[in-house]
Write a protein that binds this ligand. Structure first.
Ligand SMILES: NC(=O)c1ccc[n+]([C@@H]2O[C@H](COP(=O)([O-])OP(=O)(O)OC[C@H]3O[C@@H](n4cnc5c(N)ncnc54)[C@H](O)[C@@H]3O)[C@@H](O)[C@H]2O)c1
Length: 342
């Protein structure tokens, strides 16, 4: 017997949509994209032609379409909550791009509503599928680094063009902030996944780019993890480098450095005079592809787990937790960079 395919509707046909689409295309026996929605007709048409899909301009109409079983929400941040709740109300499965929502409260409400409705709910958090981090996880869990003393992360990107555009980027009311709410979901998911919860933090932000932008474009969050290690997470929207990610883990018996712009991207250092370090096997130098492939994998993981009736690999509660951390960081900034318990 041929298994029934999951019928997908994609809402939001902007920058990230073709990568999600590529993920669905890689599982032609399990899934088909039947509908696309965007208020921008051209964006909707460009995406729909990849699948010969129906086109909607109103997301509620797509959600109500009886031909749609699963909705993939790729909307601007401020629309996540209302659109996600509408999908859950219609009892369709939901894959939702990060950030879950612009507040922790809204994130938890989405999670609770999804649980109550009994639908499959996943957050599109590609961090969990980045090859370098999967290899880093093995080394960290093996105990090879000893006790972890310090973790540092850095997410540089250049969003100057988007920050000055007329759409939601750079608008405080639409995004709920700048680089912290946009890149923070990845970093604070990563910390939660690899090291556990954060005990306390203080945050610092600045805005270098003022033309049409209302939001912070640089941020540092530092503090202590419950496991005892210190952490420092930096974010920038104003770096003249390709979008990248860096993770440094310093332990008592060795250290690990991940940098997507360096070849090889993952190295283990055994001691202070180990100048060369040892490349970690299994991670190719792919500064253009690492991000794309991790998103394709994240989409495929969600489809596979829905088909199998299993929970997604990325626990949505960990993504909600990341929003809690971001909210605390903004609270710290508002109160003069004070140290706050998380
Ligand atoms: N995982 C990642 O690394 C990653 C990367 C980029 C974006 N994202 C996330 O994906 C989401 C979308 O980002 P993007 O870069 O594709 O943004 P984008 O601005 O390129 O696209 C958003 C699309 O939504 C459409 N839209 C706006 N309001 C709408 C409405 N009411 N109904 C239907 N369509 C509407 C816009 O016309 C646009 O085509 C964001 O939440 C972002 O955080 C994640």
């Amino acid at each position: 017997m041929t298994p029934t395919k999951i019928r997908v509707g994609i809402v939001g046909a902007g920058l990230i949509a073709p990568i999600h689409a590529a993920g669905f295309q890689e599982l032609p026996d399990q899934v088909e994209v039947v509908a696309v929605c965007d208020t921008n007709r051209e964006n909707a048409e460009n995406l729909a032609t990849m699948f010969d899909a129906k086109i909607y301009s109103d997301y509620q109409a797509l959600i109500d379409d009886p031909q749609v079983d699963l909705v993939d929400l790729l909307l601007p941040h401020h629309l996540h909550y209302a659109a996600a709740m509408a999908v859950i109300e219609a009892r369709k499965h939901l894959l939702l791009e990060k950030p879950v929502a612009v507040t922790y409260q809204q994130s938890l409400e989405i999670y609770a509503a999804a649980q109550k409705a009994g639908i499959h709910f996943g957050v599109a958090e590609n961090t969990r599928f980045i090859r370098a981090y999967l290899e880093a996880e093995k080394i960290i869990r093996s105990g090879k680094l000893g006790g972890i003393n310090l973790v540092r992360t850095f997410l540089p990107a250049n969003e100057r063009m988007r920050l000055s555009s007329d759409d939601f980027w750079g608008k405080q009311a639409a995004c709920g902030g700048g680089t912290l709410i946009d890149s923070g979901p990845h970093t604070f998911y990563l910390l939660k996944w690899l090291f556990g919860e954060i005990q306390e933090l203080a945050a610092f932000t600045s805005q270098l780019y003022h033309v049409d932008s209302e939001v912070e474009d640089n941020a540092d969050v530092r503090g202590r993890l419950v496991c005892g290690a210190d952490f420092l997470s930096s974010f920038t929207f104003t770096a003249e480098v390709p979008h990248s990610e860096r993770l440094e883990v310093y332990g008592t018996t060795g250290s690990l450095i991940v940098d997507q712009l360096v070849n090889p991207p993952v190295k283990f250092y055994a001691e202070p005079v180990d100048f060369d370090g040892s490349p970690v096997e299994g991670v190719d130098y792919d500064p253009m592809g690492w991000h794309y492939f991790s998103i394709v994998e994240e989409v495929k993981d969600f489809v596979r787990t829905v088909s199998a009736g299993l929970p997604p690999t990325v626990d949505p509660l960990d993504c909600c937790y990341a929003i809690k951390v971001i909210e605390k960081a903004y609270e710290s900034v508002r109160n003069g960079n004070v140290l706050l318990q998380v």
